[in-house]
Design a protein around this ligand. Sequence first.
Ligand SMILES: Nc1ncnc2c1ncn2[C@@H]1O[C@H](COP(=O)(O)OP(=O)(O)OP(=O)(O)O)[C@@H](O)[C@H]1O
Ligand SMILES: [Mg+2]
Length: 657
Amino acid sequence: MSQDLDPKLLQKLSFDLKSTVHKNRLVGLWRVMTGFRWLYAGAMLAIVLGAFMRVYYYRVVQYVIDTVIDAGLNTQYLPWLALSFVGLAVLEGTFAYLRGVWSAKTAEGIVLRLRDYLYDHMQRLPFAFHDYAKTGELIQRSTSDVDAMRRFYADQALGIGRIAALFIVNFTMLLRMNARIGWLSIVVMPIIVAMSYWFFGRVSKAYDRYQDQEAKLSTVLQENLTGVRVVKAFARQPYEIDKFDRENWERYRLGKKLLIMHSLYWPLSDILCGAQTILVMAVSAMMAVRGEITVGTYIAVMGMLTWIIWPMRNLGRLIVQVSTGLVSYRRVADVIEQDREDIVAGSVPLDAQIRGALTFEHVSFSYEPMVVLQDEDEKKKQEKKKQDKKGAEPEKKEELKPVEVLHDISFQCAPGDVVALLGSTGSGKTSIINLLLRFYEYQEGSLTLDGVELKEYPRSLLRRNIGIVEQEPFLFSRSIRDNIAYGVDREVTQEEVERAAQAAAIHDIILTFPEGYNTIVGEKGVTLSGGQRQRVAIARALLKDPRILVLDDATSSVDTETEEQIQQALDVLIPGRTTFIVAHRIQTVMNADLILVLDKGRIVQSGVHDDLIQQPGLYRDIYEIQSRIEEEVADEVAREAEPASPVFAFEPEGILA
Ligand SMILES: Nc1ncnc2c1ncn2[C@@H]1O[C@H](COP(=O)(O)OP(=O)(O)OP(=O)(O)O)[C@@H](O)[C@H]1O
Ligand SMILES: [Mg+2]
């Protein structure tokens, strides 16, 4: 797609918008225009020239009346005058057209870049940000707020220029024609400016709250749609509808408030502008009657007056609208100013080979809560809290305290080892994996890969070399083939895809789908069962042929028989590749080179299966429970397989009786 764009635009698109963030929102908006300012200046020039054409139009009218008509129809000039009317109209039209084209290029170009940047930016923000930012809020900021900014550049930024140009040109011309009328024509101006300023403050606040509310609404909607299965399963539709209703009402209330403010502004400014028109009209009519000005001047004055009143009237509207642009800028800048996760930083070269020896030494880690994208109300509440506490006793940090989830983790594995992680839910298995991929950074201890501290590895290098099947794998609404090929940044052959699918024991199932590998996966993979989804995700990780393979509970939804198939395939694939397996079944982990048993963020036992079942402890307990259950199941199966017992023979009678 990008090759269709012209190179100049492409160059502008590469501009880093982070440098545009500024506390003063107008400065920020000005900076966001970087690269488009000449176009904008061109559009402005077209506006000014257009305004001149209009003024001269009235001057020609004045001339026609005073010199031609009054002087007894001097027809000699008429064709020339007619021609100048046409000429002025054509020029004005041309300038209007140029203004339209250039302003569209400016506004659309700026917003194209902004949207691209935000999309790219949000994907590069760290996990910690996404953990706390609401999706609805992000969607709102990158759509509705960006659109408000587009309106700012398309209408308001030029509108201000247009208003200023029309006003200045017409006003100076009027002053030159007749100073008294000139000054008279702006007497209400101070009142209008003061009034607009007052509205500006109020509308800003109201609009800010309105946008926040809209973001809340889209969050509710988005959560509801994502969790539609839960909503239905628990028959909580009335509750959800009620929740939506409440937020929707609040939005209605805030929207109404905003509109009422607008509708209060208009009549007020209409009254003022009307009074202004009548005043000038009456005074200049009297002057014309008294012969102080000519009839032609009177008509020209009335024409120009329209173009002085129009800017005044629109100044207020514009100021009010500019406030929405400013608010939206702040909301977008809040996202832009977040720090990205650097995926290339690190002293290890990006194309380094990884062998896969890992050493954890006294690693401790906590998730650090962060505050992101607060809305105005929350910000104020917090500021107020801060102020209230000033001078009072030192603040207790009761909220936002990081909780340590991994304590003093130490173990090591050689390249090609299989490490199994076992432990109750919440014991920290996924957290260990999160550290491996540098999704989060550990705070204490040392973690080395091939003898080099993990922090020295560029994140992209790690993520290219580690294949992960996440606990809740996500599939895109694309074909199964595309989903499997997703992890590699190159063209892959059908054969490769099928080989990966075969290893993940999903090939045969895919073939039964109507369009085989081209079958589109429904949103979140609803057309696939949980186990099938997991296996597609395994195929995706295997196709990548990574040096380190991470299977986070990857076979939890797969039946034992299929798991065995996958296990066999992995046994063939695994040699030479370090593998982390998180699992709950002893059978899955018993062949591992190292088994780590985790409890509440600590390693409580480690070793190989044969040693671990000898020692008393969590591992043996789990083993015993699982063996007992298996024995019972086996007994049950065996009993059901036996020929019908005498009890069965009597049963029909029992039922009839
Ligand atoms: N992104 C996060 N932010 C804050 N706390 C988190 C985050 N992810 C996990 N935790 C907390 O860290 C602890 C360990 O979670 P972790 O996901 O590592 O457990 P787990 O062993 O993988 O459990 P399970 O078997 O259920 O997947 C839990 O108490 C959890 O509440
Ligand atoms: Mg987990």
